[in-house]
Design a protein around this ligand. Structure first.
Ligand code: HEC
Ligand code: HEC
Ligand code: HEC
Length: 423
């Protein structure tokens, strides 16, 4: 059977673009506090909900926990998360543990309809039946909330759930024998943690590119860097302790977390146990990189000189003349993986829109990088981006004014978090 490629592509884009784009200051930073005594299975399920970051998508600003209605933006429309509280009318109160397993494991709703892959079932399929049952047991204990999320705003034909059947046939592989091994880290990163949802490159259908797991991916105009052994662009130069500190506190001596990662840190990784974080770190650092790295000829000397002049005026106050900045406050740029990623989306975005480092229990003070969209033109942003990507031992492809113009157009259409932040 032939399906119009645009339809399949559009459905696919839902997966990449639908991850929550920004931290939401109104939402609670910590998951629901456990009551004094609860059955072991429920406590286990509560922790699994942290691993799966269920709250990040199923809480909306000002809404009650797990009541859904959080809008996931895709270029084709908006998909709202559903109410997963045990309310019988509007939530999953009438679902059995089997129904829940079908959703987690196969992406199928109680009524048999297909769920959109904006719900990360392509990763959750790796969770075991015991884990699904524990999550189910935990979700039975949360307060039922009567709330209907708004209807999805998807144009015809994307509003036809049946089409997901084709997407699944091409892209989804049910894990027929999920186990908890080989290590907790591998199981979490590939399964409930759905790290690849953002950090793995996608095909034009929006599915993970086979053989390129964790090599870095673009979502909603952010680039999530490689999580592998690559020394320049991945975690090769990070120690296991560096990775653990970043996931636990939102910062380390090498980088700060913001944007979509801020949500993952505040709801999920900062509440994981040290043992799980250490296992995730060891697993990711051992992942081989197969990404083809283009040759990076040294950039034009005039562009570097222009970039340096802008850097001295605008950036050195925080990042220092030698780029070394003040680790754990303002991240150092020499050796930084995201700065040197082949795909410059995040670097350009940081400069255009600014960004805010996630606040966690361990590091409660948020830090900001200001937006320069109002101050620097496309050629200037390109020059300073090229400069930081190719100074102090860094090496990465040049950024062009047209790269900047394209991203400026895309992000200007969206609300900018701190449009007026100044140095
Ligand atoms: C990246 C965002 C995201 C994350 C993370 C996420 N969900 Fe969802 N979930 C969604 C969206 C969006 C839908 C609705 C999909 C649709 O309408 O086809 C959904 C639907 C569901 C459904 C189907 C409910 C129904 O009434 O149809 C269940 C069950 C569910 N999620 C449970 C969970 C659990 C449990 C977790 C954590 C382990 C979780 N989700 C994490 C986005 C997410
Ligand atoms: C919703 C999308 C999303 C998910 C899910 C996600 N990440 Fe990220 N991650 C990002 C983005 C975007 C960045 C870059 C953020 C920045 O630099 O401020 C990032 C940055 C990171 C970094 C820092 C990399 C560097 O070189 O600076 C690490 C480490 C990381 N993520 C690990 C993880 C792990 C482990 C998981 C799964 C448990 C995960 N991420 C899940 C989007 C995501
Ligand atoms: C007011 C202080 C401040 C100024 C000025 C500033 N930055 Fe930043 N910068 C930050 C902070 C804070 C972060 C960490 C953001 C996060 O949480 O990811 C950051 C992160 C970055 C990163 C990402 C590093 C990585 O790989 O993770 C780059 C690249 C960057 N800045 C470049 C610039 C450039 C270029 C300028 C000047 C045009 C500039 N910054 C000006 C504070 C600043």
């Amino acid at each position: 059977m032939r399906i119009h490629p645009l339809v399949v592509a559009a459905l696919g884009v839902c997966v990449i673009a639908s991850m929550p784009a920004k931290p939401d200051a109104q939402r609670p930073a910590a998951p629901l506090a456990p009551p004094a005594a609860e059955p072991a299975q429920v406590a286990y399920g509560r922790y699994l909900a942290v691993l799966g970051d269920c709250e990040a998508c199923h809480d909306r600003a000002g809404g009650q926990t797990y009541a859904g209605g959080y809008p996931l933006n895709t270029p084709f429309g908006v998909i709202y998360s559903t109410n997963i509280t045990p309310d019988r009318e509007t939530g999953i109160g009438t679902w059995t543990a089997d129904d829940f397993w079908n959703a987690m494991h196969r992406g199928v709703r109680k009524d048999g309809a297909k769920l959109y892959p904006a719900f990360p079932y392509p990763y959750f399929t790796h969770a075991t039946r015991a884990e699904s049952d524990a999550l189910y047991a935990y979700l039975r204990t949360v307060a039922p909330v009567s709330y209907h999320p708004p209807a999805n705003k998807l144009p015809f034909p994307l509003n036809i759930r049946f089409l997901v059947t084709f997407w699944n046939a091409l892209n989804f592989k049910e894990d027929r024998a999920p186990t908890t091994g080989p290590t907790p880290g591998a199981h979490i990163a590939r399964g409930l943690g759905h790290c690849g949802g953002c950090h793995s490159p996608k095909t034009f259908l929006g599915a993970d590119k086979a053989g390129h797991e964790f090599e870095g991916g673009v979502l909603d105009n952010w680039f999530a860097p490689a999580l592998n052994a690559d020394v320049r662009r991945g975690l090769g130069a990070w120690s296991t302790a560096d990775v653990v500190e970043y996931l636990k506190t939102g910062r380390n001596a090498r980088a700060n977390g913001s944007g979509p990662m801020a949500d993952a840190i505040s709801h999920s990784t900062s509440h994981m146990t040290d043992a799980d974080l250490t296992s995730i770190a060891a697993f990711l650092k051992a992942q081989p990189s197969h990404a083809a790295v283009p040759a990076t000829p040294p950039p034009d000397a005039r562009v570097m000189a222009a970039g340096q002049a802008i850097y001295v005026d605008e950036c050195a106050a925080c990042h220092a003349m030698d780029g070394k900045a003040a680790p754990r406050y303002f991240p150092p740029l020499p050796g930084a993986a995201m700065t040197q990623s082949v795909d410059p989306t995040s670097v350009i975005r940081f400069i255009l829109t600014g960004t805010q480092t996630v606040a966690t229990d361990a590091r409660p003070t948020p830090l900001s990088m200001p937006a320069y969209a109002w101050k620097l033109n496309d050629a200037q942003v390109a020059a300073v981006a090229t400069y930081v990507r190719n100074s102090w031992g860094n090496a990465a492809p040049v950024v062009t004014a047209s790269d900047v113009a394209k991203l400026r157009h895309k992000v200007a259409a969206k609300p900018i978090r701190k449009p007026s932040a100044r140095i």
